[in-house]
Structures are given as C-alpha cells and as structure tokens.
Design a binder for this molecule. Structure first.
Ligand SMILES: CC(=O)N[C@H]1[C@@H](OP(=O)(O)OP(=O)(O)OC[C@H]2O[C@@H](n3ccc(=O)[nH]c3=O)[C@H](O)[C@@H]2O)O[C@H](CO)[C@@H](O)[C@@H]1O[C@H](C)C(=O)N[C@@H](C)C(=O)N[C@H](CCC(=O)O)C(=O)O
Ligand SMILES: Nc1ncnc2c1ncn2[C@@H]1O[C@H](COP(=O)(O)OP(=O)(O)OP(=O)(O)O)[C@@H](O)[C@H]1O
Ligand SMILES: N[C@H](CCC[C@H](N)C(=O)O)C(=O)O
Ligand SMILES: [Mg+2]
Length: 492
C-alpha cells in the first residue's frame, strides 16, 4: 500500500495530480484492466491494437480509484494527466516497488541477448556475487528459474521483479533490453549501471515502422537510461557497432569494445571442436588463450561480450577468463539433445532471424562431414519480411531444408510457409512440426548434423490464441528413441 503523494512526488514535469488527491491510498498499479484490483491506479495507455481508454470503465468496475492517462482524458474517478503516461507509469512503478539489485547491467541487440545475460550471470556467480539474469528465459538465479512472459517485462512487472530480487539478496542483475521494451519505456526507472550491445540486424519490422526506428529504440539504452560516464561494452563486429560507440562517446561513457574488431578485447583465432572451441584473444595488450566449452562462433562472441561486461563491472580479468572455461550452455541455444547410433547429432536452437539462421548454419558446418539439415519455420504476427530471407539463407547454407510451422498465431500457417519457400524453392514442406522432426531424424545418416531452429527453449506452439504443448527437445528425443540404438552421447 502506498499513497499517491509518495508515488507522485517523484513524477516528472508534465504530470498533474488532481487537487486534494495526494493522500489517496493506492493498493497497486495496472496497465491492463483485467489485472485491476480494488484500490488500484489503472494506466490507460495507447497501444498498437487498441487504446487503454476503452477499458477505463472496466477498470473502475474492478475497483480502480484513479486513472493515469493522456492529458484531456475524462473519467468518473480522478485522472492523473500526463504528457507521457508510459514514462509516468514507469516512474510510479519504480516508486511503488522501490528496491533494486545494486548493480544492473542491460544488454540490447538483435541476437545474443539471452545468451549474454546468462553468461554474465554465471561469471558474476563464479566471482562470488549473488547474481541473476532476466529476459526471454525468465528470471534465472542460483535458486532456480521463474517465467516473466516477455524478454523485457512491462514496467509494473519489471519493477516488481527488481524489488523481489533485491529482497532475495541478488546484488548483480543482467537483463535483456528488447526494442519493444525500450520504445515502450518498460525499463524506465531501472538504475542501469552498465549497458551492452551485441549486434543489429533485421527483426521486428512488423512493430517498428523502419530500421531507423528499430535502431533508435535500441539506442534509448545508451542515450537515456545509461548515465553519462557509465561503462558501455560494445561488440563492434556488426555494421552498427561503431555507430553505437559514437552514441556512447557523445555521452562520455567509458567505452569497452570487444569482438574481432574489438580494441579492449580482440578475438584473434577460434578453432572449433565438437563440443568446445579454443579461442585466442588479446586483452590489455597481452595475448591469452582459453577453451570455451560451447559450440558456435556466435556463442564465443556472446561469451566475450559477457566477459567485457563482467570486467567493466569490476570483476578481475583473470577471474573472468577462468569463468569462461566453465560456462554452461544456455537452454535452447545450440543445445545438444542427442545423437543417432551412428553419431549424427541433433541440436535445437532459437535462430529466428536471418542473421541468427546464417550464424547457426555456419556454426554447424565445421562439425559436419555429411549433410547439414535444418528444420525451421517463422512466427506468425511477426516481421513478415524476414521469412523469404530466412528461406534463402537456409537454401544457401544447408544441404537439406524442411520448412515447418513455428507459432503461426493468428496467421494461416500455409501462407507463412509459402513465404519461406519463396526463398527456398527446393525445400520440403511439412507443416506439422512433430512430423517434420520425426522425418528429419528418421533420415539422418552418419556424419550429418540436424538443426531444429526457431523455438529453442519454448514449450508451446501458439495457434489461433491457443498454446499447444510442444517442446522441440522432447520431440527430438522421442524421434531418436524411435530409431533403434540411438544415443544421448555426443559423437566426435
Ligand atoms: C507489440 C507489443 O509490444 N505489444 C505489447 C503491448 O501492447 P500494446 O501496448 O500495443 O497494447 P494493446 O493491445 O494495443 O492495448 C492497449 C492497452 O489496453 C490495455 N488493455 C487491453 C485489453 C483489455 O481488456 N484491457 C486493457 O486494459 C492493454 O494492457 C494496453 O495497455 O503491451 C501489452 C501489455 O504489456 C503487451 O501484452 C503486448 O505484448 C504483445 C502480446 C506481444 O506479443 N509482445 C511481443 C511482440 C513483445 O513485447 N516482444 C518483445 C521482444 C521479443 C524478443 O525479441 O525477444 C519482448 O520484450 O518480449
Ligand atoms: N551474437 C550472435 N550473432 C548472431 N546470431 C546469434 C548471436 N547469438 C545468438 N544468435 C542466434 O540467435 C538465437 C537467439 O539467441 P539469444 O536467445 O541469445 O538471442 P536474443 O537476442 O535473446 O533473442 P530474442 O530477441 O528472442 O530475445 C540463437 O539461438 C542463435 O541462433
Ligand atoms: N522472442 C522472439 C522470438 C520468437 C521466435 C519464434 N518462435 C516466434 O514465435 O516467432 C519474438 O517474440 O519475436
Ligand atoms: Mg532473448
């Protein structure tokens, strides 16, 4: 329980609280009328599909005592009017759930965020900190994992999670900053001590009107949320890395660049082996080498992004490099689920963008004497322009392509598959994902590698608003078991 005075006295300019309302008791905040309980303030926000104003009556019926809304909004209960209600909501949420882990590092970029926050969590943990990661995989800490529903949860849920983590004793939090989350101010009010950038390639062009808007949303992390002078750790291997460096320089942030073109940590050579890779790199003018127990060059990139963030947060470099040699893989990211009796491995991965699929297929090639086979689809109600591009990349880099369904949501799955097949005209089409996986596994020969991409850790297939239980790893294990003599062991 709080009062409007407590929530409102830190509100930014541009917010007006009605006369005489400051002692109003506030039991909670909600941005969805269906979450309102008696004594709540309901934030009526403009959205993509509808406007929160349409639910003011429902919110009041459920017990809302005040409404936070755009200027000029009328309601039968007091209205807190704001020039930017999303900003006002985030700041009220930060005030309502005030505790936060003392050190919060946030990473943005198209691919690699979930992997990087998990690696950073593991590094911090080995350095003796009580650490957590928050993002697509939920909240992970030493005591286990809980779901949060979004990569970056809404401001109310995020601040509640930060408060809870702080009370649990978590001192170091690594969190994912999605472009939706940054644009919608879901993270405003979080005290970001360090920001990271992985890479920027195409995604989410259903939500962002163009690439510039996507980039600008990502840059809010450096331009607005990260204080001046704070550390910024930037992988400079994608086209956009140096642009991020310039933004960080403009705010006099301490810049640490990493990657093949990194000036703080520079990768020199990666030698891939079946389940690990040797990495040579230069740090502080000295050459180092270590064994990273992860597959895929992109995971080395994420591991070194996390290493840069850990060092920039104050962990001694030697401790960080020792921790890299003990990293555990991330659920659903190049995760080995088993192999056939002849040793052909099956891996699941979350590649769901053109660049992700490109990097994934390239990662498999050095380990494959036979064919690289990929089973994948593309999500419905998500960037339709990535589908044909992903098809073309699969056609170019895989030896066998099976196009299947991946969360068609409200769309006709056959049309999504048709869009992918435009880029991969010779691919096979098996809409039913279970049948696609069984077919691919049934046909595996010695020397082949099977990649099942797009769903990673997910446990459901969303079709027309209904989530059907579906787990690529579980289905793959069943398909392997259906072959005689398959193994859970990794071949060489
Ligand atoms: C495109 C997008 O970001 N949508 C999210 C956004 O919706 P919106 O603001 O457009 O809202 P809307 O549906 O138009 O409704 C307007 C307002 O009315 C409210 N409402 C609506 C219905 C009702 O009965 N009562 C009610 O009060 C809504 O809560 C909302 O505040 O805010 C909603 C409330 O928090 C989210 O549920 C919704 O997530 C949708 C379902 C979604 O799929 N989001 C995905 C794309 C997303 O956010 N993904 C990112 C990145 C993923 C990644 O790359 O990893 C993420 O951070 O997870
Ligand atoms: N550094 C990288 N560069 C390119 N592709 C990558 C990189 N890291 C991961 N990927 C690909 O992207 C997939 C998703 O990785 P991860 O979950 O770490 O990214 P993310 O940024 O959190 O994605 P999301 O936008 O869904 O939150 C991986 O399974 C892999 O296929
Ligand atoms: N978290 C990302 C990836 C989802 C991947 C794929 N399984 C899909 O459903 O599109 C998103 O919401 O765009
Ligand atoms: Mg993620």
């Amino acid at each position: 329980m709080s009062t409007l005075r407590r929530l409102a006295d830190i509100l930014p300019a541009g917010v007006s609280v009605p006369e005489g309302m400051l002692e109003l008791a506030v039991a909670g905040l909600a941005l969805d009328s269906r979450a309102v309980k008696p004594g709540f303030v309901f934030a009526a926000l403009p959205g993509v599909t509808t406007h929160g104003n349409a639910f003011i009556k429902a919110a009041i019926d459920a017990g809302a005592v005040a409404i936070l809304a755009e200027r000029g909004t009328a309601a039968p209960v007091p209205v807190i009017e704001a020039d930017d209600p999303r900003l006002a909501l985030a700041q009220m949420a930060a005030r309502f759930s005030p505790a936060q882990p003392g050190y919060i590092a946030a990473i943005t970029g198209t691919n690699g965020k979930s992997s990087t926050v998990e690696f950073l969590r593991q590094i911090w943990q080995s350095a003796g900190h009580e650490a957590a990661a928050l993002g697509t995989l939920g909240v992970t800490r030493s005591s286990g994992r809980t779901d949060v529903g979004y990569t970056t949860p809404d401001a109310i849920a995020l601040h509640a999670a930060l408060d809870a983590l702080s009370h649990e004793g978590v001192t170091h939090l690594a969190m994912e900053a999605s472009s939706h989350g940054l644009k919608q101010r879901r993270m405003d009010g979080a005290k970001i001590a360090l920001a990271g950038f992985s890479n920027l390639t195409q995604d989410h062009l259903d939500y962002h009107p163009d690439f510039e808007d996507y980039f600008a949303s990502k840059m809010r992390l450096f331009d607005e949320l990260l204080p001046e002078g704070a550390p910024a750790v930037i992988t400079v291997d994608s086209e956009w890395g140096e642009a991020v460096v310039r933004r960080a320089e403009a705010r006099r942030q301490q810049i640490f660049t990493v990657g093949w073109n990194g000036r703080y940590i520079q990768l020199k050579e990666i030698t891939p082996h079946a389940a690990f890779q040797h990495v040579r790199f230069v740090h502080a003018g000295k050459e180092h080498a270590l064994t990273l127990p992860l597959m895929g060059e992109f995971q080395a990139s994420n591991a070194f992004q996390a290493a840069g963030m850990a060092i920039a947060s104050g962990v001694d470099a030697g401790t960080v490099f020792a921790a890299l040699e003990k990293l555990k893989g991330v659920a659903g990211r190049l995760e080995f689920v088993g192999a056939t009796a002849e040793g052909a491995p099956v891996l699941i991965d979350y590649a769901h963008t053109p660049d992700g699929l490109d990097k994934l297929l390239r990662a498999a090639r050095p380990h494959t004497a036979g064919k690289v086979i990929v089973v994948f689809g593309a999500g419905g109600d998500r960037d339709p322009t990535k589908r044909e591009k992903m098809g073309a990349i699969a056609a170019k880099l895989a030896d066998r392509v099976i196009v299947t369904d991946d969360n068609p949501r409200s769309e006709d799955p056959a049309l999504i598959r048709a869009a992918i097949l435009k880029g991969a005209p010779d691919a096979e089409e098996i809409g039913d994902r279970e049948r696609a996986i069984f077919t691919a596994i049934g046909d595996l020969k010695a020397g082949d590698t099977l990649l099942i991409a797009g769903k990673g850790h997910e446990t459901g297939q969303t079709i027309k608003g209904v989530v059907h239980p579906f787990d690529d790893g579980e289905v793959a294990r069943r398909a392997l078991a259906a072959r005689t003599g398959s193994t859970g062991e990794r071949g060489q």
